[in-house]
Design a protein around this ligand. Structure first.
Ligand code: SAM
Length: 191
């Protein structure tokens, strides 16, 4: 088992550590069981704020519990709506938006993120970012529909204008079983 090159979500945190500062406003586009939401809430501190989205009531309940336990609930808004409607809930510029695509492990229903709504949400995210803000997307291809979603995300991000955005890809090139991928997009300047 690897010690350093573990999950893409861990590698993602190496970047997030630098990107997110105390007092920032950030978004968790895929709340799930709230691990990322909790991490983000800790990172932004008591003067920051996290908007967190999921379409499953189950996700809201388990995340609310996690946050209350750590006394982090006041700096987080849990939103039962699709991330494709992010623009209706988030009105301020944000420094970071985190996507962890796919399905919620061990959930009752296998509700997965889907290409069309994911792309719409990424489009909204790029508008909401402040200069040098980052969208981070962890992508999994092992489940049904996962490869289609990955291809849609790649088609979209590959075509982003280099003068507006830098796009970085991280992946495990020697893993055989559908290794996950991480894509990071930084907004360059005001435009
Ligand atoms: N980040 C989560 C955590 O820390 O536990 C894991 C996220 S899980 C891989 C993906 C989540 O995306 C699922 O909980 C699923 O319900 C949610 N999802 C699916 N479609 C969505 C949509 N349109 N908008 C927001 N969330 C969605």
């Amino acid at each position: 088992k690897a010690k350093y090159l573990t999950k893409v979500t861990d590698i993602n945190k190496l970047y997030l550590e630098k990107i997110i500062n105390e007092g920032d406003i950030v978004v968790d586009a895929t709340m799930g069981n709230g691990y990322d939401t909790k991490y983000l809430a800790q990172k932004v501190g008591e003067n920051g704020f996290v908007y967190s989205f999921d379409v499953q009531e189950e996700a809201i309940k388990s995340t609310a519990k996690k946050l209350e336990k750590e006394n982090l609930d006041k700096r987080v808004k849990l939103i039962l709506d699709g991330h494709e409607n992010m623009d209706k809930h988030v009105e301020k510029e944000v420094s970071c938006i985190v996507f962890n695509l796919g399905y919620l492990p061990r959930a009752k229903h296998r509700i997965i993120t889907k290409p069309n709504t994911t792309i719409k949400a990424i489009e909204h995210s790029l508008k909401l970012l402040k200069p040098h803000g980052v969208v981070s997307i962890s992508i999994y291809t092992g489940h049904e529909g996962g490869m289609d979603e990955k291809n849609s995300v790649y088609d979209f991000v590959k075509n982003l204008d280099q003068s507006d955005f830098d796009v970085l890809e991280c992946g495990f090139v020697n893993q055989i079983n559908n290794p996950p991928q991480l894509v990071l997009i930084e907004k360059k300047n005001e435009f």
